[in-house]
Design a protein around this ligand. Sequence first.
Ligand code: CA
Length: 626
Amino acid sequence: MKNLNLSFKLLLLLLLPLLVQAQRIVKSNAKFDHVDPMFWWVGMKNPKLQVMVHGKAIAGYTVKVDYPGVKLVEVHKVENPNYLFIDLEIAADAKAGKFPIRFLENGKNKGSYSYELKNRDKSASRIQGVTNKDLIYFLMPDRFSNGDQSNDVVKSMAEKTMNRAEMYARHGGDIQGVINHFDYLKALGATTIWMTPEIENDMTNASYHGYAVTDHYKIDPRYGTNEFYKSYVDQAHAQGLKIIKDIVHNHIGTGHWMFKDMPMKDWLNQWPVFTQTSYRDEPVMDPHAAESDKKKTVDGWFVNSMPDLNERNPFVQNYLTQNHIWWIEYAGIDGLRLDTYAYNDAPYMADWATKLKSEFPSLTIFGETLVNSVPSQAFFTQGNTVNRGLDTQLPGITDNVLKNTIYEALNGKIGWTDGVFRLYNVLSQDFLYQDPSRNVIFWDNHDMSRFYSVINEDFDKYKSGMALLLTMRGIPQLYYGTEILMKNFSDPDGLVRSDFPGGWASDQSNKFTAAGRNKQENEAWNFVSKLANYRKNSPALQTGKMIQYVPEDGVYVYFRCAVENGGKSVMVILNAEDKAKILKTGRFAEQMTNTTSLKNILTDEKLNDFKTIAVPAKTTLVLELN
Ligand code: CA
């Protein structure tokens, strides 16, 4: 007995350190799967920062922070014990550096996260803003060019294959592919690149489009890393190109790590059964709208794989706002395009815009408003508080109405309020905007039929439309491939998202080069490039005042006036009809008093006698006043 007892005691003595150690391993380390934002900066306008920590049972720990100039204001525990929200306040004189956020249990240190506050990068080349001086080239990175085959398939991702033959599969394009074509874009006359979201979309299907976010702080590995994205912005800036980031407030993807372990029930807008948004904007502005319709527009889910975030939840608000500030400060982005703007919570979006503009006064922001009237577009822009009492603080929108009007005009519809008269009428309604020159104007994008198809592949109409895009008020946006006559109707939308020919090493033709394009494609490309490059050096086309005249005999005329100390005025004449016209210029005298000759920008032809101007059928003339 005695010996046995001794043996048992010996055994215990031998095992004790192991048991203690085992206990220490189990209980010691507070574990974090995510700390968002993972770092921050000193010298931000807003001293407040809310750090979200996600880790198993993390709410069981006490949090301590000890760093000069950083005050721990509050630690929020929420429904899910795997989350803590830590409110910090960073003093204006706090110095950059690292400090531990410590997690304690019964007063004992159980782990820490090394938090870094960096110095802000104040280089002049960062955050330049995108204005009407620019030409935006909009592309889908998965579909533009494959610059790095090593990232085509990432085994750890839910979508494990790449198949270019399948419309909704991944095709392998990436950010390196875009960098490889900076020269192409510059030669075309583009000054700014906007891509569909590059953020991680770890979804099983159709992850290529980028609008189903699964990690707000991570570039999708099939495009590159965060560091690589930052380098892409730096490289673009070094080449004189600007960058727009496409961001989504409204929803996330069901593959989001946060969706799998939600902080709280009302992180999302929950419905008893799946309820989709009506995609109608009217209920948010209509004084007669039913509350249920309004709720459906704003709180309905975009699709069942994209849950709707509850933007009235202050934790959600902080999470999104800080994330966007983080990306701009981190990468030095010039502009933000806000996805599905109409379906967001309006007071939150106004607060968001105020905060963003306060941190980054030169940043450009525009919202996607795929709506159908000028008042509904203008409703979303800043300065419009009619019967509403809320200023959205949103500088710009996507001008969908102008696009629809252009189609109608180019396709030759004629009538007292139709065709060129509607175009004239729509532009006259610019009084509804604080500044219509901040509207992004476009004739097609990834959500609609391609321009060349809508005008029935009529090359005259194509040139006419491109001339209008590059001479009208606003920030012009060209959708990738429109310059080489890519076509298709958006039924289904995958058809308007096809690969740019030549973006893949195995492609049979390379339409990035003149040799790879056919005669008509080159004619289209040269037309766009010539006018876009002229526009680069024409203050009148960039920022000059637009003066339009009542259309007569079906011909619509506007001028872009020379700005002070530079450049020449430009006269634009649209004859959308099938027959040639003779335009008498007498009624434009107030714009042409000192004009001695006109130069056709696209043909270099000079007109010394311009009392009358012959305008061929289906043509837009762009004439420089000398
Ligand atoms: Ca690739």
